[in-house]
Design a protein around this ligand. Structure first.
Ligand SMILES: [Zn+2]
Ligand SMILES: [Zn+2]
Length: 259
């Protein structure tokens, strides 16, 4: 199977998964044009997308869904029932008018040969989720936009082949940066974002040699890819493939069935 980070960061987030037969996205915080451009780098196309899972309804994760659904009106968007019930005005504003499938946290959702399990995250967008994606014996863990790591997230943390972990901010840069006190408090609060040290200590505890760790959603103002790279290389074992996503970059990985 193939997986890809199509976009990462405060200006837009999107991930793609495909086994050649079935393809789906997690988040679409980029435009249709950007999606088409970025997917052209991979062997699956927007026409192959069977559904879109949302982590939450902040525009950097969901702003492209409305236009995507107008072009592909049969493609459903999956979100937690809490997210659906509590975000009616947001859904209207973002013109997400196509089919919605509501799920409960920890429900196992089959998409072809994939099993996608949403888990609860803590963020200032109601009903926000992270995901565990399984295909054969491959496991991909995706945790972004969460102020703290939930019990549910911990319960899926062990034994994954790929970890997408939010490394949003460097604590010193946030502290000394341009944001006002209220916004700083929001970001490092329990409904905010994960810091570099939160992300790296989580990876240190769970990512084993042979796995891949990709740090995502780096803040433009309160982080720098060179800081994350330095910290990940000095704290994490050399047997782990490490990557920090720079804004505007895409990345594709492949997992073999035996991995
Ligand atoms: Zn968010
Ligand atoms: Zn975000």
């Amino acid at each position: 199977m193939e997986y890809a980070v199509l976009a990462s960061g405060s200006s837009g987030n999107s991930y793609a998964f495909s086994d050649g037969d079935d393809s789906f996205l997690i988040d679409m915080g980029i435009s249709n044009t950007q999606l088409e451009k970025r997917m052209a780098l991979f062997s699956f196309a927007p026409e192959d997308v069977r559904c879109i899972f949302l982590t939450h309804l902040h525009p950097d994760h969901s702003k492209g869904v409305g236009t995507f659904q107008r072009k592909h009106p049969e493609v459903p968007v999956y979100m937690s029932s809490v997210a659906f019930q509590m975000n009616k005005t947001v859904l209207e504003k973002q013109r997400i008018t196509g089919p919605v499938v509501q799920y409960d946290f920890n429900e196992e959702i089959a998409i072809g040969s994939f099993t996608v399990t949403p888990f609860k995250t803590m963020h200032d967008s109601p009903g926000s989720a992270g995901y565990l994606v399984r295909h054969g014996n491959n496991r991909i863990f995706l945790m972004t936009d969460t102020g703290m790591i939930t019990e549910d997230a911990f319960s899926y943390a062990e034994g994954n082949d790929v970890y997408f972990i939010e490394a949003n901010y460097d604590a010193d840069m946030l502290e000394n940066g341009p944001y006002d006190a209220k916004l700083k408090k929001r970001i490092d609060g329990i409904y905010g974002h994960l810091s570099n040290s939160d992300a790296i200590s989580f990876a240190k505890r769970y990512a084993k040699a042979g796995s891949t760790c990709i740090f995502v959603h780096l803040s433009e103002n309160n982080n720098d890819v060179s800081i994350v790279e330095k910290e990940m290389h000095s704290n994490l074992s050399s047997g782990i493939f490490l990557k920090a996503m720079k804004r505007g970059d895409s990345y594709k990985g492949v997992l073999d069935e035996e991995d």
